[in-house]
Design a protein around this ligand. Structure first.
Ligand SMILES: [Ca+2]
Ligand SMILES: [Ca+2]
Length: 334
C-alpha cells in the first residue's frame, strides 16, 4: 500500500459520516485495474446524423408505460403506470471528447480532481473508484471488494496516474460525480434525464437480440473472475458500437451506467420520501443518492442482471466511478 493510500485509510477511519458513507465501502491500495481492459475486436463508425433540430439527439415520443418490474430485484418494484411527455435525448453517452470541450470552454474541475472532502480535517483527497478484477476464486465481499479508491483517478486518467484517454476520445467519459454531470448539462442548456425518461427511452434497448447476439456492452463469463470479450470489449467501448434501439438511441443498456436527476429510494413505493430529501439507500443510509440506469460493461448474468430498462441502482452523488457516465435531454417548453 502506498504512503498516500495509508494516509487515506487513516483519514477515512477518522472521517465523518458523509465521507465514510461516500467511499467507506471501497478497498484501498495499488491495484492494477487497467490490466484486462480494452480488448478491441469490434469496429465502430461515426454515428449517423439524426433527423433532428438538435444535433445528436433523437425524439422520444411521450407515452404512458409500465415502469418498474417485479420478481428480479426488490428495488425495481412495484411495477406501475407512468406517463412521460415527449423529449429529446442524446443518442449517445457523453464522450471524453465532448466532455473535454466543456472543460476547455469553462475551466471546470471535476469533483474527483478537486477531491472528496474529509469533514474532520477539511482535507480534499483527489481520486475516484476504480474496478479491479479479482484474480482468484477466493471468497469475496459480496458488495465491493473489487472496487478501489484510486488516488488521483479522474476522467483524464481513468485508471489513475500513468493512464490516459488518448485512445479513448470516443469512449464515454467516466469518473463523473453527480454535480459534474449537472454542470455539463447546464453548460449545454440541457438536463439530465429523469429515471422515468430514461426507462421510457430504453424500452426497446436490448442486452441480447432474439438470436442471442450481444447488442450491448456487458460482461460475459463468471463475474468477477472470468471476463470473456465475446461482445468485443472488456472495458468501455466507443459510443455507438452496438445496435441502436427503435428510437435510434445507443448504449442505453450497458457500456456505462448513466446518471439520472432522480433521487433514489429503495422502492418505487417508498413510504415517506419527504423524510429523506436526499434519498435513501439501505446500503448507505444518510448518503445523498441518485438513481443510475442501464447497467454497464461490468454487468453479468451471474451477478448483476441490471442490463434491463427497469433496472436501477443507487449511487452516492459525491462519487464517480470507472463505470458511470451520463447523457443529456432537452425538455420542450410546455
Ligand atoms: Ca463487454
Ligand atoms: Ca449506458
Amino acid at each position: 500500500m502506498s504512503t498516500r493510500s495509508k494516509t487515506l485509510v487513516t483519514t477515512l477511519a477518522a472521517g465523518g459520516i458523509a465521507f465514510a458513507a461516500a467511499i467507506g465501502w471501497l478497498g484501498f491500495g495499488t491495484a492494477t485495474p487497467g490490466a484486462s481492459l480494452d480488448v478491441t475486436v469490434r469496429a465502430c463508425g461515426e454515428l449517423p446524423a439524426t433527423d433532428s433540430p438538435y444535433p445528436g439527439m433523437a425524439w422520444v415520443p411521450g407515452a404512458t408505460f409500465t415502469m418498474g418490474a417485479e420478481g428480479t430485484y426488490f428495488e425495481e418494484g412495484p411495477a406501475h403506470e407512468e406517463t412521460v411527455a415527449g423529449f429529446w435525448m442524446s443518442t449517445a453517452e457523453v464522450t471524453n471528447a465532448e466532455f473535454g470541450e466543456f472543460i476547455a470552454a469553462t475551466g471546470y474541475v471535476t469533483l474527483a480532481e478537486r477531491g472528496i472532502e474529509d469533514p474532520t480535517t477539511g482535507e480534499h483527497i483527489p481520486g475516484s473508484a476504480v474496478f479491479a478484477p479479482h484474480v482468484s476464486e477466493a471468497p469475496v465481499n459480496p458488495f465491493a471488494s473489487w472496487w478501489y479508491f484510486m488516488n488521483e483517478a479522474n476522467w483524464q486518467q481513468p485508471e489513475g496516474p500513468g493512464s490516459d484517454i488518448d485512445d479513448r476520445q470516443h469512449h464515454p467519459v467516466v469518473h463523473i460525480a453527480f454535480e459534474d454531470a449537472l454542470a455539463y448539462a447546464d453548460w449545454k442548456g440541457q438536463s439530465l434525464p429523469t429515471e422515468a425518461q430514461f426507462e421510457l427511452a430504453a424500452q426497446t434497448s436490448l442486452y441480447r437480440d432474439a438470436d442471442g447476439n450481444y447488442t450491448s456492452n456487458t460482461w460475459q463469463g463468471l463475474f468477477p473472475f472470468q471476463h470473456d470479450p465475446v461482445d468485443g470489449y472488456t472495458g468501455t467501448a466507443p459510443v455507438g458500437c452496438y445496435d441502436a434501439n427503435a428510437l435510434g438511441i445507443y448504449d442505453l443498456i450497458g457500456n456505462v451506467w448513466e446518471w439520472t436527476q432522480t433521487t433514489y429510494y429503495a422502492t418505487h413505493a417508498f413510504p415517506d420520501p419527504q423524510q429523506f430529501p436526499e434519498g435513501y439507500d439501505p446500503n448507505q443510509p444518510g448518503e445523498p443518492v441518485a438513481v443510475i440506469k442501464g447497467g454497464s460493461y461490468l454487468c453479468a448474468p451471474n451477478y448483476c442482471m441490471r442490463y434491463r430498462p427497469e433496472a436501477r441502482q443507487a449511487q452516492s452523488k459525491g462519487l464517480g466511478t470507472s463505470h458511470i457516465g451520463f447523457r443529456t435531454v432537452i425538455n420542450p417548453a410546455t
